[in-house]
Design a protein around this ligand. Structure first.
Ligand code: HEC
Length: 143
């Protein structure tokens, strides 16, 4: 009897330890972690082809997602960029890009929020939580 309690405690401790360290990995809440994980799946499906597995972009054609300053300064425009696409000259990572990103009009607000949590907390970025309410607010200000 005692022995099985001991084993149970050890197993539980290990499981909790793993859960805890997963949660701590990108420094956020459990909700943020769920957004991040779902966002990664959406990224793989819709974005990875162009922006790369590690957000590295492609030469002078596709900008990387590793420029933390660019993503921070444009935090409130990301929903518009992704949903409506973008074109024209931009400077990312000290380089000029002047291409066209297609729109992703089919992506829902919740998916946009998850995607943005992912790209703004992966590849060296650390911007924290971004909610569906933020998406709705930011999409009102697209130009
Ligand atoms: C067909 C290729 C393509 C796909 C697919 C694509 N992008 Fe882009 N993306 C681009 C290009 C090209 C630009 C630069 C446009 C310009 O020069 O104005 C860009 C720019 C960006 C930018 C702003 C610049 C930067 O690097 O930070 C972000 C953020 C972004 N894309 C995120 C995404 C996300 C998220 C997805 C998936 C929903 C996605 N893109 C899908 C090609 C693509």
């Amino acid at each position: 009897m005692k022995r099985s309690y001991l084993i149970l405690t050890l197993v539980l401790g290990t499981v909790l330890g793993i859960l805890y360290s997963c949660q701590r990995e990108n420094g956020g809440s459990l909700e943020q972690d769920m957004y991040y994980t779902n966002g990664r799946d959406i990224y793989i499906q819709h974005c990875q082809n162009c922006h790369g597995e590690k957000g590295e972009g492609l030469e002078n054609l596709i900008p990387p997602l590793t420029d933390t300053t660019y993503l921070r300064e444009n935090r409130n425009k990301l929903a518009c960029f992704i949903k409506n696409g973008m074109e024209g000259p931009i400077v990312v990572d000290g380089r000029e890009f002047n291409e066209k990103m297609p729109d992703h009009a089919e992506i829902t607000d919740i998916d946009l929020a998850q995607l943005i949590v992912y790209i703004t907390n992966a590849y060296g970025n650390k911007q924290g939580m971004y909610t569906t309410d933020d998406v709705v607010r930011d999409l009102k200000n697209c130009n």
